[in-house]
Design a protein around this ligand. Sequence first.
Ligand SMILES: NC(=O)c1ccc[n+]([C@@H]2O[C@H](COP(=O)([O-])OP(=O)(O)OC[C@H]3O[C@@H](n4cnc5c(N)ncnc54)[C@H](O)[C@@H]3O)[C@@H](O)[C@H]2O)c1
Length: 347
Amino acid sequence: MPKVLVTGGCGFLGSHICELFKKRGWDVIAYDNMTTYEFKKNAYMKPESRYHNQRLLEDLGVKVVIEDVRDKETLFLWTEGCDYICHTAAQPTMTLSWEEPERDFTTNVIGTFNVLEAARKFNIPVVSCNSIHCYGPDKINSEITERETRFVREPVAIDENEPLLQGVVTPLHASKTSAENYIRCYIDTFKLKAASFRLTGIYGPNQFGGEDHGWVANFAIRNILEMPLTIFGAGKQLRDILYATDVAEAFWCFYQNPVSGIYNIGGGGKTMISLLECIELIEKITGKKSDLRFGKDRFGDLRYYVSDISKAKKYLKWEPKVMPEEGIQKLIDWIKKNENLFIKNLN
Ligand SMILES: NC(=O)c1ccc[n+]([C@@H]2O[C@H](COP(=O)([O-])OP(=O)(O)OC[C@H]3O[C@@H](n4cnc5c(N)ncnc54)[C@H](O)[C@@H]3O)[C@@H](O)[C@H]2O)c1
């Protein structure tokens, strides 16, 4: 039976990858240090809910290993005998990246370097997660036009040749882009079968979404729990959001079609939605109004991002299937079914 090591396996995206490979008959190891630093900022999160995804995976028969990607020896130990690495462990938030730049650097750069070394040592394919933040905000933000509920741009979609790091560079921009440079380097120098996925905003069950990371879930949870919700900027920021199982499927597709390289993984034109439009959709599904507050635009934020996914379609034979109406309904169903994971009646 083939075996996959999923770093960050107990996180949001990692849990979906573990589930998909397990259901397709693979042995799965979720390798996660179960950090809680990000959740401390998330007011509605019960501390014990941190272990929700771990319990879910153990029930499915996934082997959960509580270790750190910064510990190279231990990572090597668990990689031995595996056929594939899906690397999702990361420090993923912008604000934490400047509050704790060293954690950001060691996790995202050294962690990814260690994963690449493990893949090289055992000669197995690897996919790592980058984010659209690698592009930087200035160029794209200067090309958009404001409409009633969203920003628009021509051409609509952005491909992998878009220049990187345009404008202010936060530690997160720097660490994610550095990690991706190492992936390119391991492809070119060591002929490793590897890919870096530039991921758009992802949403779905098992996501605890806070203000810093996971905005669709943050909006849905706050609507259902009747908590106020802050929008930074006018709410017209646009994204091609992607449902988590579609992203997990992209990891599967790379194993089937291991064409090394950098790939935009997003919803493309079909899943475009602005923050205001997303809130309206959530309100339509739940029948509840959200209690909206507005804050200042956030430093380093992209106001627009829609991926050109032609490359992933061509080489990975991948494309997204779940549209926002269906995916957000499923996210809302999950939150309602799991209301006990959240602290209610907060202001
Ligand atoms: N969620 C999104 O919308 C989104 C968008 C773009 C890119 N991404 C990228 O996708 C990846 C996964 O994101 P996510 O939303 O699932 O994040 P997440 O925070 O839910 O999951 C990350 C997991 O990694 C684990 N982890 C952190 N540091 C670790 C370490 N040193 N060793 C081992 N495990 C560690 C955490 O405990 C957590 O369970 C990240 O690289 C992120 O930057 C996510």
